[in-house]
Structures are given as C-alpha cells and as structure tokens.
Design a binder for this molecule. Structure first.
Ligand SMILES: N[C@@H](CCC(=O)N[C@@H](CS)C(=O)NCC(=O)O)C(=O)O
Length: 193
C-alpha cells in the first residue's frame, strides 16, 4: 500500500507510527502540501478534500482522514482491541482529538512553525482551547498510564502526534508531568528514541 503524506504533518505521522509498530509494509509518497501538491488533479482524484494523509490500497481504493486510516491499519491488533466498550472509548478519543485538540494545538503549531508567527501572534481563542485540551489530557493521564485502558492504543498514537510537538505551537508541558511521562512512554513504545 501507499501512504501519501507530508512529513511535517502530525496527522500524516500517525500512519507511520501505526504501520511501523505493527510491521505493516508501505511505500511513503512524500507530498509537499506547502508546494500545493495536495491540489493537483491526480491528488484530488485520491482525496477530493485535497488533504494529506491518504492511504492507497494495492487495488487502487483510497482512504483519507488520519484517524480512519489508522483504525483500518490497526484492525485485529491490540491497538484496537475487540472489546466493544474499549473500541468505543478509543473512538471517543479519536473524535475528541479531531474536534477539540488538533484544530487548536496543531493549527497554532502551523501558524508558528510554517507561517512564521510568534507565540504572541497566535489567536488567543485558539490558544485557550489548546490549553484546555492539554489540561484535559493531563487530568486523564494522572489517572492512568494510557488514555483508553491498560495498554497503548490508537487513542495514544493519535493524541501523541501533535501533543509531542505542542512546544512548536507555543504550548508547554513543563507543568504537565503526566503528559510528559506519557510522551516518553509513547516514544519508547514507538521506538522513537
Ligand atoms: N482531519 C484530517 C485533517 C487533514 C489535514 O488537515 N491535512 C492537512 C495537513 S495536516 C492538509 O493536507 N492541508 C492542506 C490543505 O488543507 O490544503 C485528518 O485527520 O487527516
């Protein structure tokens, strides 16, 4: 299978983390979103939304949305276990990540790292919501090592992507010890050093 992704994007890195951990072979097709490579006719045929990541199966079928793709990849593994409640709990985190975390933490990072804005130039409403998302994670991780159960799951991989890069968006983990320890735990499990 092929992954179309831009290595600067946490949404795209989720695919790499999941496939590498599960030993799933893939070809990485680097797609430069800042150069407009997600807007070419060929790319739009794969994903009319013009966004990475996209997974292309060997038979040509495509799938977009990072959390949908990692769910596809993890089917049958401990990252997305069979238990009905636990799957729903993982989905709860995946939806929350897209609605209440990524639009704030990841977008502030994009503004600072790729559009060259300073921390003080960030949108205050977005900063407020990003801080609230990190506070919620901190409280959850004070109660347990992983977000959804006793082991690492897709919930952790999805949230790890941008939480581990949040300093690039002007957020700090220095007073968030539970998240800091969890980031280190995820890095060890994912073999990221
Ligand atoms: N909800 C989508 C978001 C995808 C997304 O925002 N992709 C960005 C890179 S992180 C992109 O391709 N932006 C280019 C554009 O929107 O033109 C996901 O989780 O995959």
């Amino acid at each position: 299978m092929e992954f179309y992704g831009d290595s600067i994007s946490g949404n795209c890195l989720k695919l790499r983390y999941t496939a590498d951990l599960l030993g799933i072979p893939y070809t990485w097709c680097e797609t430069d979103l800042l150069a407009g490579e997600t807007r070419t006719p060929a790319f739009l045929r794969m994903n009319p939304a013009g966004q990475v990541p996209v997974m292309k199966l060997d038979d040509g079928r495509c799938l977009a949305q990072s959390n949908a793709i990692i769910t596809y990849l993890a089917e049958g593994s401990a990252l997305f276990p069979d238990d009905r409640y636990q799957r729903a709990l993982i989905s709860q985190w995946l939806y929350w990540e897209q609605y209440s975390h990524e639009p704030y933490v990841a977008v502030c990072r994009f503004h600072m790292k790729y559009l060259g804005r300073s921390a003080s130039e960030r949108e205050s409403w977005r900063v407020e919501k990003g801080e609230a998302a990190l506070d919620l994670m901190e409280a959850s991780l004070q109660a347990g090592d992983w977000l959804a159960g006793d082991e690492m799951t897709l919930a952790d991989i999805s949230l790890f992507a941008y939480t581990s890069l949040c300093h690039e968006g002007g957020f700090s983990l220095s007073n968030r010890r539970a998240i800091s320890h969890w980031v280190a735990r995820c890095q060890r499990r994912l073999g990221l050093g």
